[in-house]
Design a binder for this molecule. Sequence first.
Ligand SMILES: *[C@@H]1O[C@H](CO)[C@@H](O)[C@H](O)[C@H]1NC(C)=O
Ligand SMILES: *[C@@H]1O[C@H](CO)[C@@H](O)[C@H](O)[C@H]1NC(C)=O
Ligand SMILES: *[C@@H]1O[C@H](CO)[C@@H](O)[C@H](O)[C@H]1NC(C)=O
Ligand SMILES: *[C@@H]1O[C@H](CO)[C@@H](O)[C@H](O)[C@H]1NC(C)=O
Ligand SMILES: *[C@@H]1O[C@H](CO)[C@@H](O)[C@H](O)[C@H]1NC(C)=O
Length: 402
Amino acid sequence: MRSFALLLSAVVLATSTSASSLFTIPITKLSRSGSYLKGSPAADRARASLLKSRTSGGSTTVPASNLAYVQYTTSVGVGSPATYYNLVVDTGSSNTFVGTGIPYVKTSTSEPTGETVNVTYGTGYFSGIEYYDQVTLGPSFVITNQSIGDALSYADFEGVDGIVGVGPTILTQGTLTPDTDELIPTVMDNALKQGLIDEEILGVSFVPATSYNDTNGALTYGGTDDSLYTGAITYTPVTTTYPAAYYWGINITHSDYGETTVIPVSTAGIVDTGTTQVLLADNYFAEYMGAIPGAFLDDNTGLLEIPPSSVADMQPLNFTIGGTVFSMDVAAQLIPEDQNTAWGGEAGKQYGVVANLGSNSGEGLDFIMGQKFMENYYAVFDTLNSRVGFAYTDHTFTTYSG
Ligand SMILES: *[C@@H]1O[C@H](CO)[C@@H](O)[C@H](O)[C@H]1NC(C)=O
Ligand SMILES: *[C@@H]1O[C@H](CO)[C@@H](O)[C@H](O)[C@H]1NC(C)=O
Ligand SMILES: *[C@@H]1O[C@H](CO)[C@@H](O)[C@H](O)[C@H]1NC(C)=O
Ligand SMILES: *[C@@H]1O[C@H](CO)[C@@H](O)[C@H](O)[C@H]1NC(C)=O
Ligand SMILES: *[C@@H]1O[C@H](CO)[C@@H](O)[C@H](O)[C@H]1NC(C)=O
């Protein structure tokens, strides 16, 4: 299940990133006016909530970094004393592992489980040895006896040290040898079992990045943080449609782009922090692309290229989820031009964040709402109640000033 194409596409994109893109930043054409900007009230509230982090039986909020514009990482300690690793935050997979950047530093708390581990992602893979170790997710938030992988061979994890897998536990099935049927309790499972959290809930706050490594996000282990969203959270049940149901899968009941219907019927797909873009089944994507004059899929980058002349007339892309409309405004649909190089594109072009899935609808996984959708909304992954929530934020709507 975890080998679906395009999961962890963040990692694909990251590999085409080079440090040089740091130094080729033209004038920003797309300026976002959201209050996620540094020094803003939202950023300050995010920091404040970090300071409130508790040690047990509640919830803990830790920072997350928007790295290279295309993925979110968080700092995770392993061992005692802990070595800290920058791990991709992935709701689309459930194994936690280190070693693809900084090698795994074993300490007295590191104990081999006797299993080897091998996980294949949409792009890339890792294989290695499984250990029990102490995992530090935040200050005084320490999980003991967490099963983690030591990646000894791997591909496509440039710039990061591994993954913290916060998807459903079932996704770990088949990753261990010789006990191929064994499931690996995730960090969320163990945090609950060990009393560090009261509820197996993950709250995710992502925000569009304004720099190459922008620590603008927050993860709340064990609950939601009401300083990071506005209004009420709309919940929708985890879908019963497979294969989406193996993941944090939900149904979108309708989608419009302006006056054009993009998704006409209730359709299952997944919410995945490990995918950068918003991907729609090819036939749905065709409706969207067809409604933007002159837009086409660029073969070189795989990105939607939009003629600059069409941008001014672009419309909101709206998704109905749990009876509430969640809109991606024009700014949210576009890649800021100063990020083109980081996304593998060319300077001076306008690319979009929505792309095609690579197959038509009707296969039980017809969209992936990735990082770029989540940058507009607060997201909640609730295991016990088997539901996903979204809420508006004070950076849901931004302005286009091209
Ligand atoms: C890991 O799994 C992949 C795909 O199932 C397989 O091709 C590869 O040989 C495996 N690697 C190891 C080291 O077991
Ligand atoms: C660690 O967890 C595994 C199951 O995940 C269990 O079999 C083992 O006994 C635990 N070890 C300790 C020291 O708690
Ligand atoms: C990104 O910034 C965070 C916070 O300053 C830091 O902990 C992390 O190491 C940085 N990541 C990279 C890949 O430089
Ligand atoms: C899409 O959402 C925006 C923002 O909520 C709203 O103004 C607009 O009317 C919606 N469009 C449609 C076709 O529902
Ligand atoms: C979810 O979408 C699938 C199609 O992907 C459909 O068969 C199913 O009935 C939908 N479920 C709901 C509750 O609408």
